[in-house]
Design a binder for this molecule. Sequence first.
Ligand code: ATP
Length: 722
Amino acid sequence: MDQADDGLLLNLVSFGGEGGGNKRPKKEDKLTRLKRQRAEKRRALISSKIAASKQETPTGAKKPKLGTNGPTIEEDKHSPSPAEKERKIPSETESAHEKGKNFRSGPQQIVASLFRNNPEIPKVSSHAVEQLKEKIFSSDKFSELQLHPFLVKYLEEKMGLSHMTSIQQKSIPQIISGHDTLVKSQTGSGKTLAFAIPVVQHLQSIVPKIQRQDGPYAIVIVPTRELALQSLAIFQKLVQPFHWIVPGCLMGGERKKSEKARLRKGINILVSTPGRLIDHVQNTEALGLTKVKWLIIDEADRLLDMGFERDVAQIVNSLNEKQEGHRQTVLLSATLSQGVERLAGMSLVNPQLVEVSKPVTDTKVSKPDSVTVTQTTDDKFVIPEHLQQHFIVVPSKLRLVTLAAFILQKCKYAAENNKMVVFMATQDSTEFHHSLLVNTIASFKEEEEEEGDERDIEIFKLHGDMVQKERTQVFQDFSSTRSGVLLCTDVAARGLDLPKVKWIVQYNTPGTPTEYIHRVGRTARAGTRGSSLLFLSPSEVDYVQVLNDHKISMEEVSMKEVLQTLMVLSQELAEGRKSKGRHPHSVEESATVLQNRFETYLYQNKERIQLAKKAYQSFLRSYATYPSNLKHIFHMKNLHLGHVAKSFGLREAPKQISQFKDNKYAVKLQRKTERREQLHKEASLPHKRVNMSEYASGLDVVKTVKKRKARNKKAGKTKKRK
Ligand SMILES: Nc1ncnc2c1ncn2[C@@H]1O[C@H](COP(=O)(O)OP(=O)(O)OP(=O)(O)O)[C@@H](O)[C@H]1O
């Protein structure tokens, strides 16, 4: 009997059926009798079905493994049609959600499609590789260097720093001696002070004292605005004892007019992002470059990834033209790539390489070796000593609930305050998850309980498409908060020193191991403890081996364990509320209720769904841009688009996004990316994947093409008019 017949029978049961009940007419004609007999037969059949299903109910039913293909208890009860399994959301739950009384109606109506038809979670063997570690601190004190006593006093008393880190101990004397230097050291090892101290030491020693109006003596180029602010803050501290030295900052997103005014007043240590600096070099007369004595290129690898190579080259050329006298250049990076070598070759003269690649002994370190820059490319990475790395394998459909469960586990139910950074694939994905999580899991308070804007978990967002004011505010707020979650793109992956971050979550897989290292490097900084979690789908588990090959070793976290947190949540909500409905009794039920909470929130208005679709699209676009050596792991063909859609709270496989149908468009997109990558290779330019995934919505390619077309069209029209 098919589903439609089933439905008909249920209707007959509910409403007594045709000629059913006790109201049988005394005299039946032949037709009526036949109908009655048929109805009785049907009723008997239904009764036997119900009895059979009762025997199979919970006690008898085998609980399937999480994330496997088996049906769940809830599914056994309802036997919905396949279409229902994918889409149906119980109306009762929905209406409860809409009233803001989420999580309380019984899950018995819920169809747990979340746990069906998922790929098996494969067994992953992460080899325990011996990771490269460097001793972070040296036994030498700042006072042992030939620094101005006020500077040492400030470092020790105001900044609370006594011993130098190993890289500071090696590089500060080297930079002070005047050599062009390439500094390579692990994330969070104190590279900023390694260049900032020598610059301030030199500037304060110039006699007669430097004047504000002299303009820049030192230029520091950094890839992102947050990093510019961070470096500026360090300089502002270090010049406290030397009030005549003026540090300042230029960066995209700020008003050029006010920057020009500040340049006219005079800035001696100029920290800037490359694009804005070029702009001022070309257009602001007040920016004189004649006095420049130091050029610092910080986060060199990041500058390259963001496509700033040409800008940096242009800045170097302008300095070569305009500066009077000798200039010292220092280039810093946590990882070395061919691109960094190129940049070093272009900007440094007879450079010295300073790195702490071998365990540092407590004896005084000898002078760093001269290097041929071309011998430096990384394939093994130095891992912060107290970083615990983990991965979790999650089928696409369960990603969203698993992420939410992990956030709840660490930021709501953990004994201590936890600060977490979650890396997302694109700006749109960050926007979407922020809006969704803020409105669904940040607080579970009843409407009437809500006091002000108080939330259980503070959730922030940071990406390159936010207005500068908001970006700065978020950066400051998240830096000062004691607990909270920052959802971000790779705009926060490098250089940012966000205090006391305990967990780094990579919700999308980073392109290269280098990106992985920079992201996890936002925790366990300067000898502190931290942990990281990498989300992988079952088809992506070979990435663990790739990381192993780079001496990165991780432990597996079980998805089931993380989802278990949702039972705690259900329990808590059950205890704290007066509601009567049945509360979730299994992990699957709890997860399904949470997923429904997400979906219900989204389906309340069109804009929210639009946001989800945009995020979904941009995720797919970014997925198509993995470098060719990782395509065997991250290939569009491996993605189940319907399941991916579910991870964005979309109930249906995205029919509207017809271009993605059957993955044809996706595969086309992938080929296009491969061609672009080939072209980049031929032109020996860095591959632009990171650039696109971090700073673009993923739709920028389309936007750019549209813009170009519009421009061409306009130009054509103008020509015609002419
Ligand atoms: N000598 C020191 N003693 C203690 N803490 C230090 C010392 N030097 C720097 N730190 C602290 O270490 C943290 C990391 O420093 P910094 O941001 O300069 O690292 P980094 O090497 O540039 O990292 P990344 O490669 O991620 O940019 C900062 O919070 C800084 O205050």
